[in-house]
Ligand binder design. Structure first.
Ligand code: NI
Length: 170
């Protein structure tokens, strides 16, 4: 099932999501649906709040279907180490048609549970490291615009409000 992506302005995106506590068939189905919804929206990462579900769950595939082994499910993820700095252009499925340079750690180590509830650790550099930080931010009610200068953020928000008023932000 493909879920519609929730856009900036919906309060679910700015709420801290609740822990995943049940690791059964329902969660596996949700994970499948999240990958399907992410690919349909041409994304490389998707957090559950972006489909209106306030749970600490995210899926990532920085290869976009190229390498199924790179598909990652992160339940209750936490960043346990960060190092270095990178500044690259970033977008978000919940803020379509906008991109901005965002400063992030270059290298992060994450601890999370998989779809079966097993804890694991993994490391991400560059794009994968960026995806980890971006998706975990979503679970804490933060969007990349919160990393921009107030000036840039206000400019973007003004443009978005204009689109909302014109009925072009759904
Ligand atoms: Ni996003």
């Amino acid at each position: 099932m493909i879920y519609p992506i929730v856009k900036l302005g919906d309060p679910v995106l700015e709420r801290k999501a609740g822990a995943v506590t049940e690791f059964g068939e329902e969660l596996k189905k949700l994970v499948e649906d999240m990958f399907e919804s992410m690919y349909a929206a041409h994304g490389i990462g998707l957090a559950a709040p972006q489909i209106g579900i306030s749970r600490r769950l995210a899926v990532i595939d920085v290869t976009f279907k190229e390498d199924p082994e790179q598909k990652l499910v992160l339940a209750n993820p936490e960043i346990i180490h960060r190092e270095g700095r990178q500044k690259e252009t970033e977008g978000c499925l919940s803020i379509p048609d906008f991109r901005e340079n965002v400063s992030r750690a270059q290298h992060v180590r994450v601890r999370a549970q998989d779809a079966s509830g097993r804890w694991f650790e993994c490391t991400g550099d560059g794009l994968l490291g960026r995806a980890f930080q971006h998706e975990i931010d979503h679970l804490n009610g933060r969007l990349y615009i919160h990393h921009l200068s107030a000036l840039k953020r206000d400019l973007m928000l003004r443009k978005i409000r204009k689109l909302q008023r014109a009925g072009e932000w759904k």
